[in-house]
Each structure stands twice: as structure tokens, then as C-alpha cells.
Design a protein around this ligand. Structure first.
Ligand SMILES: Cc1cc2nc3c(=O)[nH]c(=O)nc-3n(C[C@H](O)[C@H](O)[C@H](O)COP(=O)(O)O)c2cc1C
Length: 457
């Protein structure tokens, strides 16, 4: 199995793929249920969820909660898989959206765009101790994950069930300062391991895993494999799910992704005070050039929005985009949106992701085999060279030894020769001495007249 399942507490998604919540109507029950049916985690986004309710302007809180209930129930009727909701902390009705989602039996709440430090406080009272719903903060750093763990432990005696760590390549609002977005120190490849490490000490404390899910720029099956090899328990993907038939946005919104070129993707400063990544267009050009007039705020959706003091209403702009009116709005999109070539079904997308992941695993295995064959070859070549060198050194040693032996033998021969010469000389001297001795003895014993000169004898 190339892609393992994703476990968040007792929830098990067959595939480790979470569809990122995409607000203002981009991911509702249609997309969420299609993703859940394929074994991923489908996510309904709550920002402006009540946009189609007739009383959204006059009665925003109730309209949103009514629409939320409808969307959760619709998703449940379309799928038995895992369904979550995405609730931005900055939403004015954050607490009520949390409570309603839990009462509706939602499987997971993903909470980002700010630190959800008080998320557990908004659980319905009767479900605080033992809720089926998993709580998953979305963070942009290990430090934020640690802070949430500490605060939750202290205030609520509980820890998050998982984390999503979202890097600066994501679409939508970004949890980074503008200058951090292209800084490699804040890349997902950096903040993922930092988050895994930060969460680890709390896993030890809780004696249960706290999975970390990687998001932001995860586009292909190969990307999924890469981030999972870095320790992610799964991935969250937004951009890739926009260009699906089941995505709840208008076809024009999806086409903006298909037609986007790399240079069209830009980071904008959203009126809510955060940077965001979007597909550049005429509307955003007008914003940049200060051509849009301050607006009236009919929605009061975001706590951090300057409302009438902002250059435009982001909810309205995103709603227009969701409806396909891109002249009057814009599409949030991830940095890889320019890679989108066509609109496919969620099922086809899952098939491609699985195939790409399998191919990537196979290619990685092949690369590993080739590398180990190369290392073995290097080793054999090295040892052959070493053996050759050793043999040459041994030969030289033997030759030196033989030369030394020859030299010794020659010296010994010379010594023997000298010795023989000396001995011959000694013998000759001895002989002469003996001859002298014989002749002198003879002289001594011969009668006087017969004595001769010793030389004659
Ligand atoms: C059109 C769009 C709308 C989004 N809206 C939200 C949102 O309402 N809340 C949120 O937490 N994230 C939002 N996101 C971020 C996604 O949930 C996801 O984490 C992100 O897009 C992942 O990066 P990727 O697009 O490169 O896959 C949005 C992204 C896109 C593209």
C-alpha cells in the first residue's frame, strides 16, 4: 500500500488526504462528500456559509448556522466517509459555528486564521469531556503548535487531536508576514519537522500520537510521498480540489485556475490584515491602484476586518468570484495553481494522486537500488585496486628480500673465500715452520760432519 491511512484518534481515513476547507462557498457538501467517498477527509468551509440564505444580511448568525446544519446533513446524506468543517478563528460567529458543528456530530473541526487558543471552551457543555469531534488547529510554525498545546493543557486539560501545519505556498489567507513568504526558512519543508518536534513532547505526555498534516503547495502524489517521508501523517490540499467537477464554485472560478500562468499568481494584502495568495486579475489591479471605493459592510463576518474603512469587502469579492463574476472579485489560489491543466472528477483526481504516489515510490526504490549498486561497484573497484596495490607491495617486498638474500649470500661467499685464503696461508706458514723445525731437529741430531746447511736439507 503506497499511501497509508490517516488516523486522528479513533477516526480512520483510508487515504491520508484532507481536502482543505475553502471558504465563501468553494468547499461545501458537494466537494466534501465527494472527497470523503474516495477515502479522504472532506471539509466544509464555514466562512460566509450562509451566503445563499435570504436573511444573510439581516440575520447573519442564524443564516450561517442554518446553512451549516444543512450542508453537514447534506454531506452526511451523500457519504459515509469522514466529514469535517473549517472554521476560521477570525470569524465573528466562531463560537457558535463550533457548537453547532459538534451538535451536528461533525467528525473534525479544523480551526485556523489565528490561534484557536480557546477552541475547547466552545464545545457544548455536555460534550466537553467526551466529544466525538476531533479538534485540529491549523498553524504556521512549531512555536504556535507548542503554545496551543500548553494553553489547552493548562485551561482545558486536553490536547489537540492533530495539527495541520500550513506553509506559505498555500492558497487563501497566509499565516506569515509578507517578507517570510519567499524566505526558505519558513518553507513547509522547514516548518513541518519543527512542528513534528514541537508536538512530540506532548505526544509523550498524552501517550498517544498527535498527527501532523502538511499543507501548502502539496500538489502531486510525489509531493504527498515526499512530505509523508518527512514525518507528516497526511497532507491537506486545497488548490488541486478547486479544479474538480464536484467543487462547489462556479465553472468560471475553476477556469481561472486552468488558465492561470505562474506569473498570474500573486500575494495580496487582504483587508483583514493578512497576506493572501490569489490569481491576479482586473479586480485586484483596481485594488492595487486604489480605484475601488470604501464599501458598506453588510456581512460583519470577520472580527479583524476594518469593515467600512477597508478598500473593498473581501466577503463580497470572494462571493462574486465563487459565482463566476471574476470582474467583481478574485479567486484565492495556491502557488501551484498554474500547474492545473483541466477540470477532473474527484475520483479521477484521487486515482492520479495514488498513481503518482505509487510511481514516485517505485522511482525512489529504483533510485535506491541504482545507488546501492553504484556503491557496491565502487566498493568492488576500491577493493580490487587495494588488492592490486597490496600485491605490488608484496612483490616489491619479496624482491627486496631476495636481493637482501643474494647480498647476504655474496657476503658470506666472500667471507668464506677470505677464510679459506687465510687458512691456506696459515697452513702454508705452519708447513714452513714444520719444515724449519724438522731441519733444525735433524741438524741437532746429525753428527757434526753430516750437518748441512738447513737450506740444503
Ligand atoms: C480558494 C481557496 C479558499 C480557501 N479558504 C480557506 C478558508 O476559508 N479557511 C482556511 O483555513 N483555509 C482556506 N484555504 C486554504 C486551504 O484550506 C488549504 O490549506 C491550502 O489551500 C493548501 O494549499 P494548496 O492550495 O497549495 O493545496 C483556501 C484555499 C483556497 C485555494
Amino acid at each position: 500500500m503506497t499511501l497509508p491511512s490517516l488516523h486522528i484518534g479513533d477516526l480512520v481515513a483510508r487515504l491520508p488526504i484532507v481536502q482543505g476547507g475553502m471558504g465563501v462557498g468553494i468547499s461545501l457538501s458537494g466537494l466534501a462528500s465527494a472527497v470523503a467517498n474516495e477515502g479522504g477527509v472532506g471539509v466544509i468551509a464555514t466562512p460566509m456559509i450562509g451566503m445563499y440564505e435570504p436573511d444573510r444580511a439581516s440575520n447573519p448568525e442564524e443564516a450561517d448556522l442554518r446553512a451549516l446544519k444543512t450542508e453537514i446533513r447534506k454531506a452526511r446524506s451523500l457519504s459515509n466517509g469522514i466529514i469535517g468543517v473549517n472554521i476560521m478563528c477570525a470569524l465573528t460567529n466562531f463560537a457558535e459555528l463550533v457548537r453547532t458543528s459538534v451538535r451536528e456530530g461533525i467528525d473534525v473541526i479544523f480551526a485556523g486564521a489565528g490561534l484557536p487558543l480557546d477552541l475547547p471552551a466552545h464545545l457544548p457543555e455536555d460534550q466537553r469531556e467526551n466529544t466525538h469531534t476531533k479538534l485540529v488547529p491549523i498553524v504556521s510554525s512549531g512555536r504556535a503548535a507548542k503554545l496551543i498545546c500548553k494553553k489547552w493543557l493548562k485551561r482545558f486539560d486536553r490536547l489537540p487531536d492533530a495539527f495541520v501545519v500550513e506553509g506559505p505556498k498555500a492558497g487563501g489567507h497566509l499565516g506569515f508576514k509578507p517578507e517570510q513568504i519567499d524566505d526558505p526558512n519558513f518553507a513547509l519543508e522547514k516548518i513541518l519537522p519543527q512542528t513534528i518536534e514541537a508536538v512530540h513532547e506532548f505526544e509523550m505526555q498524552a501517550r498517544r500520537p498527535i498527527p501532523v498534516i502538511a499543507a501548502g503547495g502539496v500538489y502531486s502524489g510525489a509531493d504527498i510521498v515526499r512530505f509523508m517521508d518527512m514525518g507528516a501523517a497526511g497532507v491537506q490540499m486545497g488548490t488541486r480540489f478547486v479544479a474538480t467537477e464536484e467543487c462547489d464554485a462556479d465553472i468560471e472560478f475553476k477556469k481561472a485556475f486552468v488558465n492561470a500562468k505562474k506569473e498570474d499568481l500573486r500575494v495580496i494584502q487582504s483587508p483583514v490584515g493578512l497576506p493572501g495568495r490569489a490569481v491576479g486579475n482586473v479586480f485586484l489591479d483596481k485594488v492595487k491602484n486604489g480605484l475601488l471605493k470604501p464599501h458598506k459592510c453588510p456581512y460583519k463576518c470577520l472580527a479583524s476586518c476594518p469593515q467600512e474603512d477597508g478598500p473593498y469587502c473581501i466577503a463580497k469579492a470572494l462571493m462574486n468570484a465563487k459565482r463566476g463574476l471574476l470582474k467583481h472579485g478574485f479567486a484565492f489560489a495556491g502557488a501551484n495553481a498554474y500547474l492545473v491543466e483541466k477540470i477532473v472528477t474527484v475520483r479521477d483526481l484521487f486515482c492520479s494522486l495514488k498513481e503518482e504516489a505509487a510511481r514516485s515510490r517505485a522511482e525512489a526504490a529504483a533510485r535506491r537500488y541504482i545507488e546501492s549498486a553504484r556503491q557496491y561497484m565502487d566498493l568492488v573497484t576500491d577493493s580490487a585496486a587495494r588488492y592490486r596495490l597490496e600485491a605490488k607491495q608484496y612483490l616489491e617486498q619479496m624482491q627486496a628480500q631476495a636481493n637482501r638474500g643474494k647480498e647476504c649470500a655474496r657476503q658470506y661467499l666472500d667471507q668464506m673465500h677470505e677464510e679459506a685464503t687465510r687458512r691456506r696461508e696459515n697452513a702454508r706458514e705452519y708447513l714452513e715452520q714444520m719444515q724449519e723445525k724438522v731441519s733444525s731437529t735433524l741438524q741437532e741430531y746429525l753428527p757434526e760432519g753430516r750437518r748441512t746447511d738447513p737450506g740444503e736439507a
